[in-house]
Design a binder for this molecule. Sequence first.
Ligand code: CS2
Ligand code: MG
Length: 403
Amino acid sequence: MKIISAKVIVTCPGRNLVTLKIETDSGVYGIGDATLNGRELAVVSYLQDHVIPTLIGKDPHRIEDIWQYLYRGAYWRRGPISMTAIAAVDVALWDIKAKIAELPLYQLLGGKSREKVMVYGHATGLDIESCLAEVERHIELGYKAVRVQCGIPGIATTYGVAKEAGKPYEPADSSLPSEHVWSTEKYLNHVPSLFKAVREKFGEELHILHDVHHRLTPIQAARLGKEVEPYHLFWLEDCTPAENQSAFELIRQHTTTPLAVGEVFNSLHDCQGLIQNQLIDYIRAPITHAGGITNVRRIADFAAVFQVKTGFHGATDLSPVCMGAALHFDTWVPNFGIQEHMPHSPETESVFSHAYQFKDGFFTPGETPGHGVDIDEELAANYPYKPAYLPVNRLEDGTLWNW
Ligand code: CS2
Ligand code: MG
């Protein structure tokens, strides 16, 4: 069997999404997600100009060999652009192999470890009251786990808070980076009251998650982790930038609040210390940005040795193709923790058909051969690429900070 062609499909049904489609001489094709929010065209070029020419004529069944070829053969290793490109090829090849085997992808990984995959939704609010209303709406939809983010008095905009209840908060239409202002002090003084309010209104059973989004120093993260211990969070995410993995030793000394990190990781080397020293509880490196199923399986297996669980990133800037592949992986992976779920826009749902389904707080991946996701290329062409950037953050004194 041979790869005869491959193409990159860029579409913007509410936000830019990049899909790689690999076609074989058997007529079977596979697709992979190649979306890197704000840097999409860099991955498009990496695939079109440097990867696709090397794939033509290769045997699509040789997933591992092609992964090694693209990882080692580039000479320049790691990084989000190359690892996202490799991931798209990898997921497309797993899709092809499973279609040929006429099996849902999870069967090729090792079969079911669970009947359904627990997900968490996003409850955001400009203030605590409106966030509580969103939590209630998610509970009514059946979610057992909800990420809570609210506006901070004295700060105009903060991460993860939609301008209008129920509307996406992810910026997808800024032609150049918008600049936001941040105050750690105002945030730290306010956010523990959010969790207190959620617990008082909804009790102990609901899983509460929160994303700090890289904005604290280690000692500030230690303070927050300690202060929120009474509210038993499921996890505190990205509490400090993790390039310096040993920073988490300081945080771990001060708090038992579970820690999640890794949505910006693309390699096991980004998190090896965090995992083997048990400095975190959940690893979030998503299939699309961490080199695909082949590489994330290595990370997950390594994490299992140290009782670290998976908690894949699943924001809407990861396409339904990523969600589909992730749900098959989540169905198999023994050390599964939780899966993020942000509903894609209706336009995105029309461009990407999928076999995965939501029911009462859980997803199932579907039994369709492959990962069960497809793209309507004609419909995709109706949504041309729109330049868009993630925002940039500054402290109140103008210092450039983490968004
Ligand atoms: C966030 C993301 O979902 C999350 O946990 O950190 O929404 C993140 O802001 C975006 O994926 C960035 O593109
Ligand atoms: Mg996050």
